[in-house]
Design a binder for this molecule. Structure first.
Ligand code: SIN
Length: 315
């Protein structure tokens, strides 16, 4: 007889959630991405109640995340989302670039089911390991009726891909949605929804994903980040333009303002055909109102997400 229990696919990419240390009391001197995703699932007895499929897409410390893994991940997600028996997808990831992968997937997937990224701030060997509970909570969200879109679950809180960002180096509750607030909480396996599930906003048609995302990392648009700060100069912008970049995202002060030297260089770069975006370096809020700057604003996107947006627009 056919198994009708909904499937949750768990895709592994590495991170601290899969990390190991020599000592169970060592929470910082560990190596990320050591255990396979099958081991992570097997270590949580409560997960045996669910119909899970596991797949190792990558095995890395997420500081080293790259376009090749993003492409593989997007294509595996698209494949599994199209399967009628799949209720949702869980992705295990490192916290360091989690917000970037979440935003990338948000902009490339037609996520009509939950795609849930999760992570941990303590390695799997720690006495304080937070990965098992985060994994369990993610599966609960992936199985939630009516939920959809790319989300992140950590420390019992559900964040949207657009808003989520890492704000703490050490605490277990290292992510925030800022002033947008959490989407939901997961409490004892129950999902308590606080606001609407995220919209799906893919840049490309579903059948164009494989042909649009370059197979060669070097073929992805070169978009770099520069910064406006006290004493800033035109030098980084000029060097990057001379190197032939496609786009520049500037980490701007306050409500999107720029040091005059950086602004002049960016206006010149834009006139030469380089795509320029201003994103605020503030932790909260978005660039508000109409400015007289000729340089477009990334509004609510933080600097790293604005860079992904700029890259996707250039494909
Ligand atoms: C990583 O991002 O892969 C390592 C750090 C973490 O997961 O917290």
């Amino acid at each position: 007889m056919q198994n009708k229990t909904p499937v949750v696919v768990v895709l592994g990419t590495g991170g601290t959630i899969a990390g190991t240390a020599r000592s169970a009391s060592d929470n910082v001197g560990y190596t990320a991405a050591q255990l396979g995703v099958a081991d992570l699932v097997a270590a949580v007895p409560a997960l045996s109640a669910f119909n899970l499929e596991v797949e190792q897409v990558a095995q890395l410390d997420s500081k080293d995340m790259g376009f090749g893994v993003w492409r593989d991940l997007a294509l595996r997600c698209a494949h599994h989302l199209a399967r009628a028996e799949v209720a949702g997808i869980v992705i295990t990831h490192g916290t360091d670039t989690l917000e970037e992968t979440a935003y990338f997937l948000h902009r490339v997937l037609h996520a009509n089911k939950p795609v849930v990224l999760t992570a941990a701030m303590r390695p799997a060997t720690s006495t304080q390991a937070d990965g098992p509970q985060n994994l369990l909570d993610s599966v609960a969200l992936a199985l939630t009726q009516g939920a959809h879109g790319v989300m992140v679950v950590m420390a019992g809180t559900v964040h949207g891909a657009v808003e989520v960002r890492k704000v703490h180096t050490y605490q277990l509750d290292a992510l925030t949605s800022g002033d947008s607030g959490a989407l939901a909480r997961v409490e004892e396996g129950a999902v308590r929804q606080l606001r609407a599930w995220p919209p799906t906003e893919p840049v490309f048609a579903a059948d164009k994903l494989a042909s649009t995302l370059p197979t060669q990392e070097s073929a992805w648009p070169q978009v770099h980040i520069v910064s406006s700060h006290a004493g800033a100069t035109a030098l980084p912008v000029k060097a990057l333009v001379a190197a032939g970049v496609h786009g520049l995202v500037v980490s701007a002060t306050g409500n999107g303002t720029l040091h005059h030297a950086v602004e002049a260089a960016l206006i010149e770069a834009q006139a030469a055909g380089v795509k320029v975006l201003r994103a605020t370096r503030c932790n909260d809020g978005c660039i508000v109102g109409i400015s007289d700057s000729p340089l477009p604003a990334a509004r609510a996107l933080n600097v790293v997400k604005a860079r992904i947006e700029s890259m996707l627009q250039a494909l």
